[in-house]
Design a protein around this ligand. Structure first.
Ligand code: SF4
Length: 353
């Protein structure tokens, strides 16, 4: 992946790394036009570490575009166009990405945008009415080429002026992938990405992790969602505790820790790292801290086997102290629960603001 800020391109392409996004960029690039792929990144989607490999594999220049802040703000305000099956606001998401791509056009001297949307492929965001809403609200009406379905849609400015040969664009529709695979073979693309973009908002197992955060925190931050993606999650009212499942989680928790987070670790036994995040500037009571320490200690087999009290170190900023707990004590005054998927709560959240 290079730095392309000083280069000029004809078009910017939304590039998720999915087959449709690759083919859409290729359809324009094969006409001799210069295409730069924008790979959007947020706590929920994006694989910026793959860009170099993709550039080599598909021969498309790519840059990462971080839209975490705007995306999280949009989720916090509530979805304008509704959610898909889980917590995925696909129409709002597309509007956000296209609006950002439009803003970036002058930076690269580019005149139009390419996307890999296929008419009728997805129930929510790729019906004709949804495609029209996306185009209207992102204000890209005449400069967005949905290259795979272009011949089924009204001509755009670059097609009208002859910059892009409409006849060489696609006329795909529907859910099948046969035509895409045929096109991929024509372009010599052997590495076919599996369908489904891996957006965490579409999967209940990951989306459920975000629900308590929306419920309990007045104003969310992208880092909160990276934290929600990490380790085991536990909540007691608005008290949030994350516990690493392995070394990689523990390292991530350390990286994500902020000054006023509680870092919890067994003093004399091997075990996971716990991170307690106080929300809305609310300090934790000694009772809550002690129960968090007890929970963290339960995930250490050696501490559990030890028949007695074990020391747990709690660090907040520069202040560190040790608390004694008994792992697995049956009667716990504070109950920590793991998040569960709740469609009704998701609906309420999506209408917030
Ligand atoms: S699946 Fe996720 S990344 Fe894709 S359009 Fe929907 S919200 Fe956006």
């Amino acid at each position: 992946m290079g730095s392309y800020s000083h280069k000029t391109f004809d078009a910017l392409a939304l590039f998720s790394g999915g087959l449709d996004s690759i083919l859409a960029a290729k359809l324009i690039q094969e006409q001799g036009l210069r295409v730069l792929g924008l790979h959007f990144v947020s706590p929920f989607f994006g694989k910026p570490d793959k860009l170099e490999e993709w550039e080599k594999t598909y021969g498309i220049k790519l840059i990462p575009v971080d839209i975490s802040r705007e995306f999280v703000n949009m989720l916090g305000k509530g979805s304008r166009h509704g959610l898909g099956k889980t917590l995925n606001p696909c129409i709002d998401c597309k509007i956000l990405m296209l609006s950002r791509a439009k803003e970036m056009l002058p930076d690269f001297g580019a005149g139009f945008i390419i996307s890999g949307e296929v008419l009728g492929q997805r129930p929510m965001s790729q019906r004709l009415d949804a495609l029209n809403i996306i185009k209207r609200d992102s204000e890209v009406k005449n400069i967005l080429i949905r290259a795979l379905s272009a011949r089924r849609l009204p001509p755009t400015d670059p097609e009208k002026t002859g910059l892009v040969d409409r006849e060489k664009l696609g006329s795909l529709s529907g859910r099948g992938r046969k035509e895409q695979l045929k096109l991929a073979a024509e372009y010599g693309i052997r590495s076919i990405p599996t369908p489904g973009g891996g957006c965490l908002l579409t999967e209940k197992e990951s989306a459920k992790r975000y629900l308590p955060l929306f419920k309990h925190k007045q104003c969310t931050d992208p880092d909160d969602f990276y934290l929600a993606n990490t380790g085991r999650q536990f909540w007691h009212d608005d008290h949030w505790l994350c516990i690493g499942r392995d070394q990689s989680d523990n390292l991530k928790l350390e990286e994500l820790a902020r000054e006023n987070d509680y870092l919890i670790k067994l003093t004399s036994f091997p075990g996971p790292l716990g991170l307690g995040r106080p929300l809305n500037n609310k300090r934790w009571t000694p009772e809550i801290i002690e129960s968090a320490c007890e929970l963290v200690s339960r995930f250490s087999p050696r501490a559990r086997e030890f028949n007695g009290q074990v020391g747990v170190t709690v660090k907040q900023g520069r202040v560190s102290r040790e608390i004694l707990v008994r792992p697995g004590q049956p009667e716990q005054p504070v109950q920590w629960d793991e998040p569960v998927w709740d469609r009704e709560l998701a609906k309420v959240i999506s209408k917030a603001g």
